[in-house]
Design a protein around this ligand. Structure first.
Ligand SMILES: [Zn+2]
Length: 392
């Protein structure tokens, strides 16, 4: 199939259409013959459930295999209650992306995310790709070609998926997919979290399915750790009895702490959005009252700008001490990161300093060192994607 999808000639297109029709028939037959499954009875994914953000807290994560097919496994669970349809859904998603590459190259979600994110549209586009599309994008700078490369990439079993595949999959299953992203990596969340509509608009009464970016295996839950998804899980409704026990005892509280590890950045940026002015006043006030370090009280003193944390994901601000840190260099220590104020606490509130630091070899070495310690359970494109973001 991959050979077809990398070919440009009309005959190949015709054969992709045939392939699509054939697999659509399989899917239709399954949809008609499968009795309704009680999804809440399926095996629960505890780590996944603990990552569900507040707004989807009524849902439950269900276990699916983390074999690279997890996106298609998740969608298969919604249709059949098991993973057996993953191959059909994968083939159909590949066909959908190949035949409608133009549509996905300019997907509405990118424009929508552009309004809420500090990233450029081109960056947002590359963030929805996996390695296959990104490599093509590097070579040709063609969005359509990059989408077609994603189609070819996803035609092979066990290859990891990204946002672009969720987009294609929504059309394949003819239902909106709510892409649920845990409350982490706030700069990326406008793109990765939210409703994805099928290409051909479905009737409004079709409810969405919920698929969440999660982790298979361990979670690095140290404060300041970066959440790196490597897994997709389906989120299903809890059954009535579970809902009742939820409201009776507050069991839901038990599963909250994990995402709180990521709450530091969210706090700052949500304050920023709610009222930049108020935050500025508070900060200024605090500085005037307690000038902790004489150096910063000089007339040339600059202030910490919360938007820097969106731009420099590694930046940590200690508001009590009024010091800036680089989370990577601090963790790696001066032996690896070298003698930089950002290990011991810097009072240089200049963006230029941060730019220079982010590009320095010492910082890169510290970053690689720390990320290698995180040991993602997979070296799939998802974890690469997040390392890429770290390096920006
Ligand atoms: Zn650093």
């Amino acid at each position: 199939m991959k050979d077809l999808l990398v070919s440009e000639d009309l005959l190949a297109t015709k054969r992709v259409i045939d392939l699509q029709e054939e697999h659509e028939q399989i899917l239709r037959a399954e949809l008609q013959s499968t009795p309704k499954v009680n999804l809440s009875k399926l095996s629960k994914d505890t780590l996944g459930t603990s990552l569900i953000p507040e707004e989807q807290r009524g849902l439950l994560a269900v276990k699916v295999s983390g074999d690279g097919n997890c996106l298609y496994n998740s969608a298969s669970v919604f249709i059949k209650g098991d993973e057996t349809l993953n191959g059909t859904l994968r083939v159909l998603t590949a066909c959908e992306l190949y035949l409608n590459a133009e549509f996905y190259a300019n997907h509405a979600k990118i424009h929508q995310a552009r309004g809420d994110s500090s990233y450029f549209e081109k960056t947002l586009f590359t963030l929805m790709l996996t390695a296959a599309g990104e490599n093509e994008w590097q070579v040709s700078s063609s969005k359509v070609k990059a989408i077609k490369a994603e189609a070819a990439g996803t035609s092979e079993d066990n290859v990891w998926s990204g946002l672009v595949h969720i987009m294609g999959l929504a059309t394949v299953i003819k239902r909106p997919i709510f892409s649920v992203y845990p409350n982490a990596n706030l700069a990326l969340r406008p793109l990765l979290h939210g409703l994805i509509h099928p290409r051909l608009c479905s009737p409004a009464d079709v409810s969405p399915v919920y698929i969440m970016w999660s982790r298979d295996g361990n979670l690095d839950n140290r404060p300041g750790a970066v959440f790196q998804p490597n897994h997709f899980v389906p989120l299903v409704c809890r059954d009535d009895s579970q809902l009742r026990s939820l409201t009776k005892s507050s069991q839901v509280e038990k599963v909250q702490p994990i995402t709180q590890f990521f709450s530091r950045k969210p706090d700052l940026s949500s304050k920023m959005k709610l009222g930049t002015k108020r935050l500025a006043t508070t900060e200024q006030g605090a500085e005037l009252e307690v000038p902790k370090r004489p150096r910063t009280a000089s007339i040339h003193a600059r202030k910490f700008n919360p938007s820097w944390q969106e731009e420099f994901t590694w930046l940590k601000f200690d508001s009590e001490q009024n010091l800036l840190y680089c989370s990577f260099c601090k963790e790696a220590g001066a032996e690896i990161a070298g003698q930089t104020d950002l290990v011991t606490g810097s009072t240089s509130f200049k963006k230029e300093t941060l730019n220079i630091h982010g590009a320095s070899n010492h910082h890169r070495r510290a970053r690689d060192y720390v990320l290698s310690k995180v040991k993602p359970t997979s070296e799939g494109p998802l974890s690469k994607l997040f390392q890429k973001i770290q390096s920006e």
